[in-house]
Write a protein that binds this ligand. Structure first.
Ligand code: UGA
Length: 451
């Protein structure tokens, strides 16, 4: 099938490239000429495992083209995916200006019947509005369907080919048949719904996952007070198939380009429709508070942050990505500077270039984690990169001026860190966080009994 994908951000580029790999003829369109130039040469502008190789393969096969002009791209398109950004505006509402700009342009340049697919995360009613906008200038048949994306950064290519489900919000049987054909080669449940339900499924899914994270973070905070270990608790809870074991990792809270924005948007949608979504407000508040709690731990263990030299290990919003948008680490860096930290340093295996654009200029960036920790008074582990687990922690301990370590992702073994001589604290796993008293931690070992 001839498919056009508008927008070459994470969603658009992964979707377009993977659809090409399924055998469709895909043209990706973006107004950013520099990006399109890179892509034509087979260079991915984003760090996403397996993506660049797939782009190169499909360019070579002639399945994947890159354009800056929407008009030329859509001339023989059967399906047009809209995958442009929907950032938060100042009130938290999804800003739909980019989606509507595409809809307007489509109205002006379409000259044949097509199906338009909303991939961008948009409030309920947006597909209908996009349809109305196109119809202002185009009198042919154009059904707008909703096909929300559930890709995770870092595993997006694998998620595309092996999704838990594909949701298709359609108005007609004809559109349903076309969309089922687009994804025919992908083996998973295909959930066909109304357009409005599909739009809602996306927000509800992200909000539910964020709720799980805030829930386990609150449990972690109580665990610290009662002497329980949140990892054991999460494990024990997660074995109940009604609960599931995913998204129960306690820490400094969720970040990224999706959860914070989508949770705010759903809260807004509820509000403007006269509903007070109390639970979601709590989810946001708990998430913000986790950053503060972690900074408070570092403050306590260092005996006050003012004037100190602090290292922040990791700045990406999660591991395996170079994305720093709404990263907990960025919030934490701001809090540390507000608390009077004198020198703040950071290292990340992939995200330093992006971090440089948004971090306070006072934060020093280090390519080498060992160079970063030299002479530091304390460290905050802010991203769960697997390679951090395998650093030479003994060496780090000896290089730091005072070996204070707050593990905001519960990545390291508390007992080992303590044995190495760190003043170590994490989230929901320790009984005390006082630098003077003896450290007591629950060992994170789960022994499964015979069934
Ligand atoms: C998320 C969803 O998981 C995708 O299904 C969705 O398609 C995407 O948003 C989107 O709407 O575009 P992503 O933002 O890539 O994907 O990241 P996640 O892996 O979901 O992690 C989000 C945040 O939650 C990260 O900061 C992560 O560190 C944090 N997290 C995750 C926890 O703190 N605890 C957990 O147990 C899991």
């Amino acid at each position: 099938m001839n498919i056009v994908v508008v927008g070459t951000g994470y969603v658009g580029l992964v979707t377009g490239t993977c659809l090409a790999d399924l055998g469709h003829r895909v043209t990706c369109v973006d107004i950013d000429a520099r990006k399109i130039d890179f892509l034509k040469r087979g260079t991915s502008p984003i760090y996403e495992e397996g993506l660049e190789a797939l782009i190169q393969k499909n360019i070579h096969l002639g399945n994947l083209l890159f354009f800056t002009s929407l008009t030329s791209a859509v001339s023989d398109a059967e399906i047009i995916f809209i995958a442009v950004g929907t950032p938060s505006d100042v009130s938290g509402k999804a800003d739909l200006q980019y989606v509507y700009a595409v809809a307007n342009e489509l109205g002006q340049c379409l000259d044949h019947n097509v199906i338009v697919v909303n991939k961008s995360t948009v409030p309920v009613g947006t597909a209908a509005e996009v349809g109305r906008m196109i119809a202002q200038n185009f009198s042919g048949a154009c059904e707008v369907v909703s096909c929300p994306e559930f890709l995770r950064e870092g595993t997006a290519v694998n998620d595309f080919f092996h999704p838990d489900r594909i949701v298709l919000g359609v108005r007609s049987r004809a559109a349903e048949d076309v969309m089922l054909k687009v994804f025919e080669a992908v083996q998973c449940p295909k959930v066909v719904t109304t357009v409005e339900s599909a739009e809602m499924i996306k927000y509800a899914s992200n909000a539910f996952l964020a709720t799980k994270i805030s829930f386990i973070n609150e449990i972690a905070n109580i665990c610290e007070r009662v002497g329980a270990n949140v990892e054991e608790v999460a494990y024990g809870m997660g074995l109940d198939s009604r609960i599931g074991n995913k998204f129960l990792r306690a820490g400094i809270g969720y970040g990224g380009s999706c959860f914070p924005k989508d949770i705010r948007a759903l809260n807004q949608i509820a509000g403007i429709n006269g509903y007070d979504f109390k639970l979601l407000k709590g989810v946001i508040e708990v998430n913000n508070n986790q950053r503060l709690l972690a900074v408070e731990k570092l403050n306590r263990l260092t005996g006050g942050l003012r004037g100190k030299t602090i290292a922040m290990l990791g700045v990406a919003f999660k591991s395996n990505t170079d994305d720093v948008r709404e990263s907990a680490a960025i919030d934490i860096s701001e809090l540390l500077l507000e608390r009077g930290v004198r020198y703040l340093r950071t290292h990340d295996p992939a995200a330093l270039m992006n971090a440089k654009k948004i971090l306070d200029k006072r934060v020093a960036l280090f390519e080498d984690p060992y160079a970063m920790v030299q002479g530091c008074d304390g460290m905050m582990l802010a991203t769960e990169w697997e390679q951090f687990r395998h650093l030479d922690w003994q060496k780090i301990r000896s290089m730091m001026r005072t070996p204070v370590l707050v593990d905001g992702r519960n990545l390291l073994d508390p007992v080992r860190m303590q044995r190495l001589g760190f003043l170590y604290d994490s989230i929901g796993r320790t009984l005390t966080a006082s630098p003077s008293s003896q450290f007591k931690t629950n060992r994170v070992v789960v022994r499964e009994g015979n069934k």
